[in-house]
Write a protein that binds this ligand. Structure first.
Ligand SMILES: Cc1cc2nc3c(=O)[nH]c(=O)nc-3n(C[C@H](O)[C@H](O)[C@H](O)COP(=O)(O)OP(=O)(O)OC[C@H]3O[C@@H](n4cnc5c(N)ncnc54)[C@H](O)[C@@H]3O)c2cc1C
Ligand code: FES
Length: 275
């Protein structure tokens, strides 16, 4: 099964339409591209920042007018350059690539950490459109690192989505980790599926909880990526290549690679390093 076609892999240059700050270090960048506008929740694109680098980013939204967005945190050279770009600047896009989330069940618990909320935001909209009862937990270190507050609070008010925020320092919402709160929520309500994306140790904990509570599970994983089409091998996790076989993995396939989950990955030099 493949989540892309040859034509997806052709680089298109697009103009940035708008840039919206989500917090002091994260920006959402809007552009128009026909193929990106047909992406499934959880799929990603390769974004070329001219003269700097090409990096993988999840599609964070698609709008009826054909525009799409990526939501990017400034963590290094490429993301710094991208977050400094403005409306009218040009970037390149390849994709969308990979396998996204599959909507299943009637009650969904969505657990996101940091920019892991980017692919989950599009999923949440899809779940709400499908009439799924959705509970969202977004976790961050502190209130300055939360994202999509407006969009999530709107969904809470207009669509009845239960939205819970948690910060490690207690500066907004519950104090603690997203998975601490997820455990409390799971004790009180029965869910059919947990969807998650964020730091891999958080994903690992959520996976252990899904097993303990017999809830289905889907997680979007990150690995170092170059080609994005299954050729270079830089994104290998166990027998899978995250760009082609993921980035979203279901319970069964996570089970096949659980010895690596939250434990080991390859860096840009191909060395095995702790996650
Ligand atoms: C499928 C996928 C979806 C992603 N979606 C998002 C998103 O929606 N928003 C977001 O902010 N970030 C996302 N990332 C992470 C993003 O790609 C990295 O933060 C970015 O590449 C860092 O580049 P840099 O030059 O700024 O930082 P660097 O200083 O080069 O690296 C900082 C960190 O990012 C990692 N990184 C660097 N280059 C890559 C690469 N080519 N592939 C994967 N990791 C890399 C490094 O290993 C390091 O841990 C995603 C990654 C993957 C694999
Ligand atoms: S990025 Fe090259 S095989 Fe996945």
């Amino acid at each position: 099964m493949s989540g892309w076609h040859i034509k997806n892999n052709v680089m298109r240059t697009v103009e940035i339409l708008d840039v919206k700050p989500e917090n002091p270090h994260v920006k959402t960048i809007f552009f128009r591209d026909e193929m990106c506008a047909s992406a499934e929740p959880g799929q990603f694109i390769m974004v070329w920042i001219p003269g700097v680098d090409e990096i993988p980013l999840s599609i964070s939204s698609i709008y009826p007018d054909g525009s799409s967005s990526v939501t990017v945190a400034e963590v290094g050279e490429a993301t710094r350059a991208l977050t400094r770009m403005r409306a009218g600047d040009i970037i390149g896009v390849r994709g969308p690539f990979g396998l996204g989330f599959k909507v299943s069940g009637e009650r969904a618990l969505v657990v996101g950490g940091g920019t892991g909320m980017a692919p989950l935001m599009m999923l949440i909209n899809r779940l709400v459109e499908g009439g799924v009862d959705v509970t969202v937990i977004e976790g961050a270190e502190n209130s300055n690192k939360l994202i999509f507050l407006d969009r999530l609070n709107n969904l809470s008010e207009s669509m009845g989505v239960e939205v819970l925020f948690t910060t490690e320092d207690g500066s907004y919402g519950f104090r603690g980790l997203a998975t601490d709160l997820a455990e409390r929520v799971l004790c009180n309500k029965r869910f059919d599926v947990i969807y998650t994306c964020g730091p891999e140790r958080m994903i690992r904990k959520a996976y252990e909880m899904a097993k303990a509570y017999s809830v289905d599970f889907q997680a979007s994983l990150e690995r170092y990526m170059r080609c994005a089409i299954g050729i270079c091998g830089s994104c290998t996790i166990g027998k899978y290549r995250v760009c082609r076989d993921g980035p979203v993995f279901d319970m069964e396939r996570i089970g096949e690679i659980e010895e690596y989950l939250g434990v080991l990955k390859y860096n840009e030099s191909g060395e095995r390093i702790p996650v």
